[in-house]
Write a protein that binds this ligand. Structure first.
Ligand SMILES: *Cc1c(COP(=O)(O)O)cnc(C)c1O
Length: 381
């Protein structure tokens, strides 16, 4: 399976026809428990209780592991549940973490409000500058937590370089690969130790399911994560696992179209007089463009931009689009617009991660790009 192409693995990895019925599509095993042949005599695959394991979830985990080039995949009830499991597995009281100065607000909240009460400390660094990261590392550092492209400013971190800094310090590099997806970037192959996903976004791809995943090549870490997940219980239900599995089958074709549309929209915004700055790593003037071109296949479907007339004007634009729906989240087939400062990133307000108040973020969908550009032009007029 490993030497097959990405699109082939998305459709076949972990998804053999059902051995009993021949069902071509993995069934939704909507069951909490499994009959045993005598005490301790579990049947095929050691299934005994669905918090521990469920065949639909197993299919998703094998599919995800194959796409990220990982030995192990674990699915979780949400992206935050996946991040929480990683943090509580690799960190202990007294440990230190380095976090990017641009990160998903929920990740910052989990670290700043939950992990710190647990005796973990952290420092914030500019992940696009290796020296800034090196300067933030301390003897107690156990994790460098990296988003690239980052949310919402689309900053680019050099994954191999950060893996080098982490490993010199005896720490792990964790990459939140939600924005790029394994179609555009595979961090484990670039030296990262752990990948986390909000599968709610591009992987599910249709804004109809919440989920998360962790991928790693480390056997012992996989056992620890599995133990914590089974102990704490943040598992996705069978139907949610099935929806995610289904969404991922079309990831490659969707991502190509997300990238095509985003490239066109980024250029249209760049040319607009009411737009003072466009953040898109596919633009040659983006400071991370060269690094992105080295480690990514293409540049993704997320764009942020600043309104030349300030916050009130930015808020007005977000209220005036009609195809771009005003909503949090991202990565679905439909285009979304949001104001990070007041929506997804309200929890970083007043911190080192604060975002500009005239910033708007677009999740560019796979609609006709001419309609999307017309919608933005009308809203900006
Ligand atoms: C949405 C998101 C998360 C959190 O995932 P949930 O599925 O909402 O829990 C984490 N990281 C990034 C980059 C995200 O966009």
């Amino acid at each position: 399976m490993e030497n097959l192409g990405f699109e082939t693995r998305a459709i076949h990895a972990g998804q053999e026809p059902d051995p009993r019925t021949g069902a071509v599509i993995v069934p939704i095993y909507q069951t909490s428990t499994y009959a045993q042949d005598g005490v301790g005599g579990t049947r095929d695959g050691d299934y005994e209780y669905s918090r521990t394991a469920n065949p639909t979830r197993t299919a998703l985990e094998e599919q995800l592991a194959s796409l990220e080039g990982a030995r192990h995949g674990l699915a979780f009830a949400s992206g935050m549940a996946a991040s929480d499991a990683v943090l509580r597995t690799v960190l202990r009281p007294g440990d230190h973490l380095v976090l990017g100065n641009d990160a998903y607000g929920g990740t910052f909240r989990l670290i700043d409000k939950v992990l710190t009460t647990w005796g973990v400390t952290y420092d914030v660094a500019d992940l696009s500058t290796v020296d800034s990261v090196r300067a933030a590392v301390r003897p107690a550092t156990k994790v460098i937590w990296c988003e690239t492209p980052s949310n919402p400013l689309l900053g680019i971190a050099d994954i191999p370089a950060l893996a080098g800094v982490a490993h010199e310090a005896g720490a792990r590099l964790v990459v939140d690969n939600t924005f790029a997806t394994p179609y555009l970037q595979t961090p484990l192959a670039l030296g990262a130790d752990v990948v986390v996903h909000s599968t709610t976004k591009y992987l599910g791809g249709h804004s109809d399911v919440v989920g998360g995943a962790v991928l790693t090549n480390e056997d012992e870490l996989r056992e620890q994560l599995f133990f914590l997940r089974n102990s704490a219980g943040a598992v996705p239900g069978a139907f949610d696992a099935w929806l995610t599995l289904r969404g991922i089958k079309t990831l490659a074709v969707r991502m190509e179209r997300h990238c095509d549309n985003a490239e066109e929209i980024a250029r249209a915004l760049l040319a607009h007089p009411k737009v003072s700055k466009v953040y898109y790593p596919g633009l040659p003037e983006h400071p991370g463009h060269e690094v992105a071109a080295k480690q990514m296949r293409r540049f993704g479907g997320m764009i942020s931009f600043r309104h030349a007339d300030g916050e009130a004007a930015a808020l007005a634009v977000s209220a005036r689009t009609s195809l771009f729906v005003l909503a949090e989240s991202l990565g679905g087939i439909e285009s979304l617009i949001e104001h990070p400062g007041r929506m997804t990133h309200a929890s970083v307000s007043g911190s080192l991660l604060q975002v500009p108040d005239d910033l708007l973020r677009l999740s560019v969908g796979i609609e006709d790009p001419r309609d999307l550009i017309a919608d933005l032009h009308e809203a900006l007029a």
